[in-house]
Design a protein around this ligand. Sequence first.
Ligand code: MLT
Length: 408
Amino acid sequence: MIRMNEHFNKLQSSYLFSTIGKKVGEFQAANPSVSIIKLGIGDVTHALSAEIVQAFHAGVDELGDDATFRGYGPEQGYEFLRNAIAEIDFQARNCDIQADEIFVSDGAKCDTGNFQELFAQDITIAVPDPVYPVYVDTNVMAGRTGTFSKGRYEGLVYLESTKENSFVPSPPEKTVDLIYLCFPNNPTGATATKEQLTQWVEYARANQALILFDAAYVEFIRDPRLPRSIYEIPGAREMAVEFRSFSKTAGFTGTRAAYTVIPKDCLVYDHSGSGHSLHALWNRRQTTKFNGLSYPVQRAAAAVYTPQGQAQIHAQSDYYLENARLIREAMTGLGYPVTGGENSPYIWVEAGGDSWDFFDMLLQKAGVVTTPGSGFGRCGEGYIRISAFNHREKVLQALDRIAQALKS
Ligand code: MLT
């Protein structure tokens, strides 16, 4: 008889977006004539841009010719892509990050989920509330928490993100070892200033903690005062790992491409107090468990960094940001306070009452899918998240239908 990893029993019955998918599927089956509009999961709707498609094709063509064929690539990613990332995403913004500190992968979800493998079982972990569920669930699976009760896992330190702190939590009083942060935030759409991130880096330095900084939504930042990377903060090189994704940045949700930055100065400690390079540990992990991202996808990702590629992805994020503006305006006009949606594709709407009830009401009466805030944590209760990823006409139609539903 093979025994299971019983930590899985502590998890909520299914992953948030799977639960929503199931509910939407059931609603559609019962109401086949309703054309459902999805503003739930943050999945892009625009085609890959021309520059990216061309590079993707060229990569496939190379694989179709013996003279240019490639088999296994470097597990860490090809140099052409790591160089472009280091130069444009970091060095051009005066961040001291080198190409060999970048690990290309197939998703920030996988990387943020897998990264916890590098740490001891008994570390103290701080997570925002509300939170992208992957950070929490993967630590639950690994056995770093107690049981779930009243919307929280025993053993985690929750960083409450509420309207009182404008959805940007301050460092906790107590000492924690590992901190998950995400800005622009999923789900609230809130952004953190340089001063706020500086507080976190200072906390990490004072407490020998490590920050796992998820910057998957950085492409949506328009305010030039906002930091685009944790490495813009002095002292962050030793204290932070950064996760980035091409999914929302350049439409790669189906294509898959992301990367993780691990500065060589980041250390973790063994039981005797000796320091070990986090970069070396992740490299060991990746070379054991990952064979690299496919060559054509890396060619496609590198095209994001050409001048045309940059202009094209920027135009796409402008489009989604205009959707976000329309959603903000419409929901505010209907009397619902909102945050996010200015430097982020997510709009966090204070719906009042029970999040799942509001979600159900919008699905039933308007045929519009959103995400219930309580699915992201206890502090999300009373909110829904609306995603700006869709075609303009669908967004406008959804807003009309929501207005009708709320007025009826
Ligand atoms: C979301 O909707 O929160 C995201 O699409 C989930 C993800 O990126 O995995």
